[in-house]
Ligand binder design. Structure first.
Ligand code: UGA
Length: 423
């Protein structure tokens, strides 16, 4: 069993810390946020993530995990994982200042011959800056990007599709790969720079795929076709793959928009622009506008003073994360056009700076609604009964941007049902 320090106990750091502790390693989570450390030490998770609190409590009980704000505690660890945020700067590039500051602080505390592992998503060549800051010949720097999806982070941690380990020192790279004890996962050993790019290329490819899917949905709507049949058939081709083919109100979250912009900036800076990334970003805005236009068209062409009921605020189901949520972007566009928005989400009860009524019960959200709009694919929305809802709404119209609800059920109850990708 190894001794591991995790710097940064945000979404990636905490999922990894809890995962490693569950595998039997001795983990210390380090974070400058003292309130967070106190919360974690008492077994409470600051994030909404499936099973995380259960695993956290178990590992605390077994004394396999501990939390502190004291950076010098890295001294006891053979492996130090950097899981700090790399937020988007105004120009679209990723801000690596948290990584660089922390490595400066860390250097003198690191154990002899230890390994610093960069897990955060970092722009190309950041590993070189980290190495410079650490400035120690005995310490190896390994690039090991994370591929955890919010909502299924622990499942992804224990059963990853692949583990990418970037470092030319084979011994160090193998040691890091072994920490995961994931027998079935493919381990890709490569150099640091390639590992850094793999992460950006993967997320950007998925974002481009989704933008294309949303374009096909829009195109199919302009014909007699059904995009859902088109996409389903496309997915049966193994080269395309069946995942990530669902049209929606645009893609969002803390990773895709940030990573696409950062790769775009980096490529431009190196004079090898990737226009597909510009197109994907532009297309994503179009996807949001398309939902707004559908709602407006369904209400006769104007949203002014119309009561819009929104179901879903999180950027996808099974998370409470509303950062870069397409749902919030759509709501802002609706508000701009004069709509009055009431929203319900099973877990999100408040969105900072968003001046709308977030109801605690679903039924309150539909009261007097001119239209109901589904923006997040929470499975619980499926079981909502139209025969109960119809008594509360003003107009019986549903715009389902995620194709989540059972169209025939709603139509049977007299609702006009507008899906995504067909007429
Ligand atoms: C994404 C990647 O999937 C992870 O592999 C990666 O580790 C992570 O970013 C990261 O960089 O940290 P995540 O942001 O949690 O994970 O969310 P996804 O499940 O990938 O969804 C992204 C967006 O695409 C959401 O808005 C989702 O609703 C949308 N989406 C996804 C669709 O609209 N249609 C689909 O078929 C799939």
């Amino acid at each position: 069993m190894a001794k591991i320090a995790i710097i940064g106990t945000g979404y990636v750091g905490l999922s990894s810390a809890v995962g490693f502790a569950h595998l039997g390693h001795d983990v210390v989570g380090i974070d400058i946020d003292k309130a967070k450390i106190a919360k974690l030490s008492s077994g409470q998770s600051p994030i909404f993530e499936k099973d995380i609190e259960v695993f956290l409590k178990k590992s605390l009980k077994k004394k396999k995990i501990a939390f502190t704000s004291d950076y010098s505690k890295v001294a006891g660890s053979q492996f130090v994982f950097l899981c700090l945020p790399t937020p988007q700067l105004d120009n679209g590039a990723a801000d690596v200042s948290f990584i660089l500051e922390s490595t400066k602080m860390l250097s003198r505390h690191l154990k002899k011959s230890s390994t610093v592992v960069i897990k955060s998503t970092v722009p190309v060549n950041t590993w070189k800056l980290v190495k410079e800051n650490i400035n120690r010949d005995d310490v190896a720097v390994v690039s090991n990007p994370e591929f955890l999806r919010e909502g299924t982070a622990l499942q992804d941690f224990f059963k990853p599709d692949r583990i990418v380990v970037g470092c030319t020192d084979e011994v160090k790279a193998t040691e890091v790969a072994k920490l995961y004890k994931a027998k079935k996962a493919k381990v890709v050993f490569t150099d640091n720079t390639s590992a850094e790019i793999i992460k950006y290329a993967s997320n950007s490819f998925l974002a481009i795929k989704l933008s294309f899917v949303n374009e096909i949905a829009a195109y199919a709507e302009s014909t007699d076709a059904n995009a859902l049949d088109v996409l389903n058939a496309m997915g049966l081709d193994k080269r395309i793959g069946k995942d990530f083919l669902k049209p929606g109100p645009g893609w969002g979250g803390m990773c895709f928009p940030k990573d696409v912009s950062a790769l775009k900036e980096s490529a431009q800076e190196r004079n090898v622009p990737i226009p597909m990334l510009d197109a994907a970003l532009e297309s994503n805005l179009k996807a949001q506008l398309r939902v707004v236009k559908k709602i407006s068209d369904a209400l006769g062409g104007s949203l002014k003073s119309k009561n819009v009921c929104v179901w879903g605020l999180a950027f996808k189901a099974n998370t409470d994360d509303t950062r870069f949520s397409p749902s919030i972007s759509v709501i802002n566009l609706l508000l701009k056009q004069g709509a009055i928005v009431k929203a319900f989400d099973p877990v999100v009860k408040h969105v900072p700076h968003l001046k709308i009524d977030v109801t605690s019960e679903i039924i309150q959200s539909v009261e007097n609604a001119d239209v109901i709009v589904v923006l997040t694919e929470w499975q619980e929305f499926k079981s909502i009964k139209p025969e109960i809802i119809e008594k509360w709404v003003k107009n019986k119209i549903v715009v389902d941007s995620r194709n989540l609800l059972d169209k025939s059920k709603w139509e049977k109850n007299g609702f006009r049902f507008i899906g995504n990708g067909y007429n």
